[in-house]
Design a protein around this ligand. Structure first.
Ligand code: IMP
Length: 349
């Protein structure tokens, strides 16, 4: 509990924003820290009847007593950041690391000009890949050099380490999904960084032994935006018939969709060292689950689906999303529910 990492288990858009917002309200973390990649990521949070689409600010912003940090691994676009700070009224409890690399307009232009990125990979063209590439060449500008960020810049890693030393509760928010990882994903149809829990920790300067829990988030079905393989992809009409049609938070592109993929889920649990699973949008798959707050409120089919995920991955499903708002959730973390998980079998690619 003192240090929890949240990551996406499929191709992004699993509902990390909602889970992070719920944990922020329920567990009242001292710090919510954004790791992961930059403003190519989109997180949707519905709080107090208002929908927020965020690209940089941690989704835990909903708890006004939580401090919000962005770790040094995260590429930052100052225009996006300043706009979100204003929209979420978070200026007075926010810090961005002095070593965050800066996404500049020319990075976006560079990506838009590249047929490889815009056509083959299906990039969001947010300039994040170009920024990361420039950082690898050690030529990128850092947050400490940007006058408009001056009031917010600091040593976030020092603050996180001090909090952990005092046994305070720190939530690290990753971005995108496991299979968009530059290392572990469906290369070249991936983003420009590793997106697993280990990377999110490195992004914010937290070592592997300092982490207590890794929550991997799966949606009840799989979606993917942009190019790249999607096992079991359904045609558009079937996706619409099932009520699974979705659009990207950053680009507005229609997402492709497929049924839940147990093989990918197993692999994601391994790559992230997951200790818990959060399952979102169960109500889209099983409408009778809408708004449920107890396992007992779910019908037999929904409960069988959850058991199957636990059996196939060897990890307990502890949080279940049953509607879009942050409070639509079944929280099993403190229940004595018997978990029928069995040891995980390793599958080779
Ligand atoms: P880029 O990271 O913007 O270059 O995009 C590379 C690939 O990752 C494309 O297929 C994008 O659609 C996908 N991608 C990047 N960020 C996200 C996200 O937050 N959600 C879903 N897909 C994403």
């Amino acid at each position: 509990m003192p240090c929890t990492v949240i990551v996406g288990g499929f191709f992004g858009d699993e509902g990390k924003g909602k889970i992070a917002a719920y944990l922020a309200m329920k567990d009242k973390p001292d710090l919510c820290v954004r790791g992961g990649n930059g403003p190519n990521a989109g997180h949707t949070v519905i709080h107090g009847g208002v929908q927020y689409s965020l690209r940089l600010i941690p989704s835990g912003f909903v708890n006004r007593s939580t401090r919000l940090l962005i770790g040094p691994g995260v590429p930052v676009d100052p225009t996006v950041l300043l706009d979100e700070l204003r929209k979420t009224d978070s200026e007075r409890r926010f810090e961005v690391d002095n070593q965050c690399p800066i996404v500049e307009p020319r990075h976006k232009e560079q990506e838009s000009r590249s047929d490889h990125l815009s056509k083959k990979v299906g990039s969001t063209k947010s300039g994040v890949g170009a920024c990361n590439a420039e950082r690898a060449l050690r030529m990128v500008k850092l947050a400490q050099q940007i006058p408009s960020l001056k009031p917010y810049v600091g040593d976030t890693v020092g603050e996180i380490q001090e909090a952990l030393a005092q046994n305070k509760y720190v939530v690290i928010e990753g971005t995108q999904g496991t299979f968009l990882s530059l290392y572990h994903g469906t290369y070249p149809y991936v983003t420009s960084k590793d997106t697993t829990a280990s990377a999110a920790c490195a992004d914010v300067g937290v070592g592997p032994t300092q982490v207590d829990d890794v929550i991997v988030i799966f949606k009840a079905y799989v979606t993917r935006v942009g190019e790249g393989p999607l096992e079991g992809q359904l045609d558009r009409e079937e996706v619409a018939r099932r009520g699974w049609t979705e659009f990207g938070t950053v680009t507005g592109r229609e997402r492709r969709a497929a049924p839940f993929d147990f093989r990918l889920a197993r692999r994601a649990v391994q790559l992230n060292g997951a200790t818990q699973i959060a399952l979102t949008k169960l109500d889209v798959l099983f409408p009778s689950a809408k708004g449920a707050h107890e396992l007992a409120d779910l019908d037999e089919k929904a409960r069988t689906f959850i058991s199957k995920i636990e059996q196939e991955t060897g990890v307990p499903v502890t949080l279940i999303g049953t509607g879009p708002a942050e409070a639509d959730i079944i929280d099993l973390r403190n229940s004595n529910k018997p978990i029928k998980a069995k040891p995980l079998l390793v599958q080779r690619r």
